[in-house]
Design a protein around this ligand. Sequence first.
Ligand code: ADP
Ligand code: TRP
Length: 348
Amino acid sequence: MVAHGMKNACEGRKSAMSQVTLSGLTPTSSGIHLGNYFGAVRQWIDLQKEGGAHYFIASYHALTTVKKAQALSENIFGIACDYLALGLDPEQAVIYRQEDVPEVCELSWILSTLTPMGLLERCHAYKDKIEKGISADHGLFAYPCLMAADILIVRSHRVPVGQDQKQHVEVTRDIAGKFNQLYGEVFPLPEPLILEGQAAKVPGVDGQKMSKSYGNDLGIFEPEKKLRKKIMGIVTDSQGVDDPKEPEGNTIYELYKLVASAEQVAEMAEKMRASGIGYGYGHAKQELYEALLEHFADARTCRAELENDPARVEEILQHGAQKVRPVVEETMDAVHSGIGITTRKLRG
Ligand code: ADP
Ligand code: TRP
């Protein structure tokens, strides 16, 4: 079975321009997990068909946690492969690395001069650390300004992200509104696009929200053995093989719903609810493992091909960098003339 609407870089399609969409992931690890995919990336794939989509790798954001050069460059390459294998299409969307648009750092500074301290103090990435007594650096504190710059530099209208990023898009709207009021209309006010329902909060193997930082994630491209071990370790209650079990809210079943067909899901629910049939959580976990591999089979094959062809990945990213350049230059010219700095063009 091929995943819902899934096409990947090993296939190809065309598009038409409309509203501008932008989103990105931070390469704090080299792999996209089920939460990232069902909470964010799958939506990006649907949206790219409408045209005007921009998907980037938020390398500078990763610097707040990744402090080793080799790890960062491997993560960036890894996320690029993941994007392409999962179906982000360089023919339909502009796919690029943040470092290929260094102007975001300049714009971030300009926007920071319009951003009240109180607004940043309320942002959860920073607030959570402080509340836990962990000291934060300026990068983490100023992170929403850089995110605003990412969004505004392509004058994006829509930002498809998971629930936890909504606050940052709202901060971006505030900052954009302030800029427009002070310096003239340059930026649209971007809307967050948030998925509702089960994809909004994909559970991890411990039943909490799946997150790299909790170490409870299932990476889509992890080696089979590792993935199976993690799935077999999913935390359950103590109902035995012959006991009836409630599927709703059960982590195995909730994850299965994301990757299996409607019939398979109905079948698992029936078997869980039955008593005396010798169907335990171990069986359900094995079915989840198999469905997950099947769902992402094409993507996993494509990912392996891309990993062995870094020159192709580099070419795609450079093509994205070239495609985004005109809009970045146009925005920065408008920003410069708004704030009273001579533009590149005028300087010749
Ligand atoms: P992580 O928590 O693993 O560090 P990120 O914060 O990098 O993940 O999230 C990247 C994107 O994926 C965001 O848009 C986020 O909302 C979404 N996302 C991450 N984890 C989940 C999850 N468990 N359920 C739904 N969406 C998620
Ligand atoms: N902060 C986002 C995350 O952790 C990544 C990101 C950086 C982003 N800049 C962005 C997402 C701009 C959307 C738009 O997932």
